[in-house]
Design a binder for this molecule. Structure first.
Ligand code: SF4
Length: 343
């Protein structure tokens, strides 16, 4: 752990009293935006600059209310289905990925598409296609109805069976138990997924594993940081939206690690004053789709209540970045070349 102190109002009598009372915040690192979310949000912003408003986005570009509202104000229009996008318009696919049928629908409507699917989700899609081509039964561990699961399942619907946790394992049926592989959603709890895998292996001893982790680096790092702080925290506040799978998992991981309580909030305005009753150590983290400004709001809220001392709980360094979607890069390059020619 490395310790930092927030500046003001440490010198106030209330601040001194707070320190004497031992109030502190454990702030997880890493937290917030992952490389896939950063890329997707910048992609919408760049698309608006490049093509002008509106740019249609199929589903929430990332699962965060604040991000979606901010992009709406800039001119993005979020739709549930491709059919809602006027013919000939520009539509962006979200970081969670889409099934091939959605690409076909867009082509039929003559839409210009920008695919902001996170490259780590695309990796799982490719694994699904490869194992389906080799005629494996694929057991996809994930949450029913989640957009990423719908997109991945759509790559090989005849070969994929969804397994939504250990409770589903008893009902799984396969054609040939010597040819079964498991894959997973990228944003699951690592521990719960391994529980499901262990249960699957008991039923199918020849079950093979994906060539590399499907649960992404960002999900894993955020969970490790929360585990490190969980046992020391009377309360953990996870900043994230209710439909954000990785944020919901952080609440579960915090509780599993021994936190006295853990709550998911979209921002400081959702924190209940009573959660602080009898609390001296508050853990703070945020899901992979959460901009840092929302965490700053929570830290400010806590500081106003005497929780001014902040210690960073560092689990990993992250330096991964992804380049913008190829359609956007192509158009940005073309415009730069046209401008250079004119000059
Ligand atoms: S959480 Fe992981 S898989 Fe999802 S967008 Fe971020 S980096 Fe990609």
């Amino acid at each position: 752990m490395t310790a930092t102190s927030r500046p003001s109002p440490a010198a106030t009598p209330r601040g001194d009293a707070a320190r004497r009372a031992g109030k502190r915040v454990l702030l997880a690192a890493p937290r917030g935006y992952c490389a896939g979310v950063d890329r997707a949000v910048i992609a919408v912003e760049k698309a608006l600059e490049q093509y002008g408003s509106p740019v249609y986005v199929r589903h929430e570009i990332v699962h965060n209310k604040y991000v979606v509202k901010t992009l709406e104000k800039k001119g993005a229009i979020f739709v549930d289905e491709t059919a809602e996008v006027p013919e000939g318009s520009i539509v962006m696919f979200s970081a969670h990925g889409v099934a091939p049928v959605v690409h076909q629908e867009a082509a039929e409507r003559k839409l210009a598409t920008i695919d902001a699917t996170c490259p780590l989700v695309t990796k799982v899609h490719k694994e699904a296609v490869r194992f389906a081509n080799e005629d494996y039964d694929i057991l996809l561990i994930g949450h029913e109805g989640h957009e990423e699961v719908i997109g991945t399942s759509g790559e090989a619907p005849d070969h994929i069976t969804l397994v939504d946790g250990p409770k589903d394992v008893a009902n799984v049926e396969v054609r040939d138990d010597s040819k079964v592989v498991w894959l997973s959603q990228t944003t699951l709890s690592v521990d719960e997924t391994m529980e499901t895998v262990d249960a699957l292996k008991e039923r199918f001893p020849k079950l093979i594993s994906p060539p590399s982790d499907d649960i992404c680096y960002a999900t894993q790092n955020r969970q490790i940081a929360v585990k490190q702080m969980g046992a020391d925290a009377d309360l953990v506040i996870v900043v994230g939206s209710k439909n954000s799978s990785n944020s919901v998992r952080l609440v579960e991981v915090a509780l599993g690690a021994g936190a006295g309580a853990a709550h998911l909030v979209d921002g400081a305005e959702e924190i209940d004053e009573s959660w602080l009753d009898g609390v001296s150590t508050v853990g703070v983290t945020s899901g992979a789709s959460v901009p840092e400004v929302l965490v700053e709001g929570v830290l400010e809220w806590l500081a106003q209540r005497g929780f001014e001392d902040v210690e960073i709980v560092k689990a990993a360094e992250e330096s991964i970045t992804f380049s913008l979607p190829k359609e956007l890069r192509r158009d940005l390059r073309a415009e730069a070349a046209a401008l250079a020619e004119k000059a």
